[in-house]
Design a protein around this ligand. Structure first.
Ligand code: SAM
Length: 226
């Protein structure tokens, strides 16, 4: 039986491609077009460009969701009052919760976000991981909420651990901010993409983190359902 996975709110195709390489029927879904060709010579799987709610209830074995964090992240806490007053934060929190609740009860579900409002509004994450745990040499506290209902994913464990050489900036700040944080990889390319795209590029899942999800969660679900 071919296992099916959805990387919800993913346009980088990184998680999707890592699962496709294991032989899964792997999909990403995003309002934006698939950008996997920009950093992967042979991306795998398929991309659905459109509203993720059109497909999130399908019969997936695994849903890994990356809901927008702009109105939820601790890094933007100084804007929370304003965002609560105009409803943006509540809307972002509702979107996050739908990623958690909507997939079929037979799916394994993980929702990813930086530390922020959901820890207060929902609950503590099950796990906080770092890109350097998996071989990407950056620090970026990344929270994972694992749905506990019928099928619960195992916690990720470190693989190919390296020493972080920089911190990943979120948002649309300048290239100089990245340099100050020691982030040197990708900056020339990022800069060539222009300021308007920086916040998007900074939200991309790191490639080795994507690989670790496929290695560890992929293998686990294959053992349970294969
Ligand atoms: C934080 S970014 C996640 C990026 C992801 N980690 C990656 O590597 O591509 C959130 C994404 O959610 C997408 N998005 C927002 N609302 C959506 C919706 N209703 N349906 C599908 N995608 C949506 C945005 O376009 C954005 O790319």
């Amino acid at each position: 039986m071919t296992l099916r996975m959805l990387a919800a709110c993913e346009m980088s195709g990184r998680v999707r491609s890592a699962f496709a390489a294991r032989g899964w029927d792997a999909w990403s879904a995003d309002l934006l077009p698939d950008e996997s060709g920009n950093w992967n010579d042979s991306p795998g799987g398929a991309h659905y460009q459109g509203d993720v709610f059109n497909i999130i209830r399908e019969d997936w074995d695994l849903v890994v969701a990356f809901p927008p964090c702009t109105d939820l992240t601790q890094a933007g806490a100084r804007f929370w009052k304003q965002k609560q007053a105009d409803g943006r934060q509540q809307a972002a929190a509702r979107f996050f919760m739908q990623m958690y609740v909507c997939p079929s009860p037979s799916a394994y579900v993980a929702v990813e976000n930086p530390r922020g409002w959901m820890t207060r509004a929902f609950r503590e994450p099950d796990q906080i991981v770092e890109p350097w745990w998996f071989g990407d040499p950056f620090a970026k506290k990344t929270c994972l909420w694992l749905r506990p209902d019928n099928f619960r994913l195992p916690l990720l464990v470190k693989q190919n651990e390296v020493v972080p050489t920089g911190r990943v900036t979120t948002g649309g700040g300048s290239w100089r901010t990245d340099q100050a944080n020691g982030k040197v990889n990708m900056n020339n390319w990022e800069d060539s993409q222009g300021r308007a795209r920086r916040h998007i590029l900074r939200s991309l899942t790191m490639p080795k983190f994507a690989q670790a999800m496929a290695d560890q969660w992929g293998e686990y679900i294959e053992r349970q359902r294969g």
